[in-house]
Structures are given as C-alpha cells and as structure tokens.
Design a protein around this ligand. Sequence first.
Ligand SMILES: Cc1cc2nc3c(=O)[nH]c(=O)nc-3n(C[C@H](O)[C@H](O)[C@H](O)COP(=O)(O)OP(=O)(O)OC[C@H]3O[C@@H](n4cnc5c(N)ncnc54)[C@H](O)[C@@H]3O)c2cc1C
Length: 411
Amino acid sequence: MTPTVVIVGAGFGGLRAARALARSPVRVVLLDRHNYHLFQPLLYQVAMAGLEPSSIARPVRRILRGQRNLEFRMAEVTGIDRGARRVRTSAGDVPYDHLILAPGGRTNFFGVESAARNGLGLKSVDDAVAVRNHVLTCFEQALLEPDPDRRRALLTFVVVGGGPTGVEMAGALAELIRLVLARDTPALHVPDVRVLLLEAGPRLLTAMRPRLSDATARMLRRKHVEVRLETAVAGYDGARAQLAGGEMTPARTLIWAAGVEAVPVAAMLGVAPARQGRVAVTPALRLPDDERVSVIGDAAYLEVGGAPLPMLAPVALQMADAAARNVRLALAGRPPRPFAYRDPGTLATIGRNAAVADIHGVAFQGFPAWVVWLVVHILQLIGFRNRLFVLLDWAWDYFFYDRSARLITRE
Ligand SMILES: Cc1cc2nc3c(=O)[nH]c(=O)nc-3n(C[C@H](O)[C@H](O)[C@H](O)COP(=O)(O)OP(=O)(O)OC[C@H]3O[C@@H](n4cnc5c(N)ncnc54)[C@H](O)[C@@H]3O)c2cc1C
C-alpha cells in the first residue's frame, strides 16, 4: 500500500514539504485550519493599509492544483496519538506512516497578560485587519475629539519590540500618518501624533550587526518615530501603557511585536517543550524517540553552533526540504541525513527608500537595501497574481503617497 505522509500546517514549512514530495511514491495529506497560505512577512503592510489580505494570502488548493498525490483538508489539529499513528482533527482522525509537523508560532506576550488582553498582536490576517481598523478608527475619532489629552492619547501609537516586525511596523505607521493621512486631513495637528517604538534590550534588530542597529534607529527617528531602548512594557489597560520603571504613557493603541513562541504542539506530542515552547528535534529533524515524526519551522528547536536556529521563513523552507528528503530515505530503507542551514542573510525595511541588509557578510543600508528588500519580497510571494497586485499597489503608493487599503471594515 502507498505510505501516507501527513503534514500539519500549510505555512512556509508545510507547503514546501508537500511540494517536495510531489514526485515521491507517497500519498500526502496536508492539514491546515485555514484554506490559504499566508505570507506573514508582509502582514504589517495589511495592518498599515498598504495591501489587501488577498494580496499576501493564496488558497492552498490553488497553489497545489495539479499535485496528484496530494489531498488538502481544512481542519483543526487537536491531538496526536503517536502509539496509534493518528492525527486527531476537527474533521476526524487521519492515520499516518510519516508525520511532518509545521504548525508555526503565535504571539508571545511574555506573561504580560494585560497587553495580551488589551493590546493588538500581529500573527494572522484577522490580527492585521484588526490593527488596520483600530488605527484608522483612532485617527477618525481624534479628529472629532475636543479634549486635547484624549485626542493625544488617540494619536499615540505604541509599538512594542525592536525586532524586524516592530521596526517595519513603526516605520510604516509613521509614514501612514505623516505622508498619507496628514495630506488628506488639513485639520490634523501633526505634532499631536506620536509613534513610540519600545525595545527592552539595548539595541534594535539584534540579529544584525550593531552599526545597522544604530542606522535603523537613526532612520526611524528621521521619520519622527520615538525610539526608546532598554524600555520594557509592564502592562497595558487599553488607555495607558505602563513601562517597567513605573512611567505611564497614555495611548489608545499598543501593538505587540515583541516575540513569538511555538504553538503548543509539544503537549500534543507528549514531550517537554524546549525554549519558546518549541519541540527539540535531532539533527535529522525528528523526535529523539520517534523516527516517524518530524518537526520543522518555527515549532522546531535545533541548536546549530551553540545557538538555536531563528524562527524565520528560510529556516522553515530549508527544514521542509530536509524533512521531505529524510522521508524518502526512510522509505528506501536508508538512514536520514542531518539538516544543514545556509543563512541567506537578514533584511528589514524602515519605510520609503530606507532599509538595512546584512547578506553574506556584506552590510548595507538606505536605498540599495530597500531595493533589495522589495525585490526579495516580490520574488518570495507565491503566485503571479499576488506579485503583480503587490507591485502595482507599491508603485501607486510610492508615486502618489497613498495607501490603497485604507478602509475601516469593522468597529
Ligand atoms: C508579522 C510577521 C513578520 C515576519 N517577517 C518575517 C521576515 O521578514 N522574514 C522571515 O524570514 N520571517 C518572518 N517572519 C517569520 C516567518 O513568517 C515564520 O518563521 C514562518 O512562517 C515559519 O513557517 P512555519 O511553516 O513554521 O509556520 P507558519 O508559516 O506560521 O505556518 C503554520 C501553519 O500551521 C497552521 N496551523 C497551526 N496550528 C494548527 C492546528 N492546530 N491545526 C491546523 N492548522 C494549524 C497555521 O494555520 C499555519 O498555516 C514573520 C512572522 C510574522 C508573524
């Protein structure tokens, strides 16, 4: 009988693994709670009204149309019975011979419960649309608010976390308000607007070299973002952000971009979670006590050279290829090969004409880095339609100082 490979998650890792098994003598069952693949690196642009969700997401069935050995099921995975080799889902059990888990991560609020309750995360399409609605609503309410203190709070936007997502979000937010909304709204008193980027550590973008961190802070400040380092957020009640030293900042918006953790897949597998809730895997990306189960992407914990691999798309993609290859080797009765990561470099954009890049030992910034960022993101998007629409939206917004998706679609 044809062996069944079940893949959980149609994100970067799961989708790539499914494609990598297209020509293998296996039946692939791909499971995801959504019917689309989401390009998370551009989520912040949906949140900042630059792109529509449909430009960065694509139906899984469309992507995998024509892959004859694949069956997609939209279902929530609720458990894994390793003894019986079955995945439990909202649509019934799915038996497997080999299981590749790529369920990704979720926002990590580091125990700041009030921020989880009252702040906004950025991990899904719903999150991004919620941020967009909230920010645009605050802006409209501020224009009608006679009380100056309440108006300033409506126009104060706190972004927590100085990693790539926080940096990109803060830069895009500052530009949305100063370059787009302010032009359409003569009544807006621009000095009332504050965008704060709060980072608990001593510098932004810690994965990059310090001189790029400094350049990023400089570029953000030029865009009127208040960058505050060594400033942790201790709480947020929806009206005021409490900083670790006790300082209170009135703000009706707090966007949490400070961290990610794995979805709770370790509990489903009955193993102790490693750091960030991830699942420790062997160099062959398998569970140490179960060679039929591989974990890849954000959910997998693997140290290389003494440091854990980061929760980034290239890691998930490369792990997917390696896991698929090891499934093929297992079916041929051969031992698995260890995973070797090739770091393609790091990029972050700060806004128009401004980005930083650290690629293969070469660090650069400003306009050249921004062009590289644009090209890389267009090429990585799945589907010609999405590439074309994103390119058109970006060109329109660049030349006409607009944001095409500036709709409030929900309170
Ligand atoms: C805002 C943001 C910006 C980012 N920017 C960058 C960037 O610029 N560069 C970069 O390299 N990386 C970036 N990342 C990280 C990158 O997106 C992740 O590293 C990558 O998506 C991990 O791939 P994955 O396959 O492990 O998980 P994901 O791509 O997250 O896919 C997981 C899939 O599993 C599904 N799933 C989860 N649980 C279940 C369940 N119980 N049942 C059914 N389905 C389930 C989800 O619906 C999802 O489709 C960013 C992430 C975010 C959130």
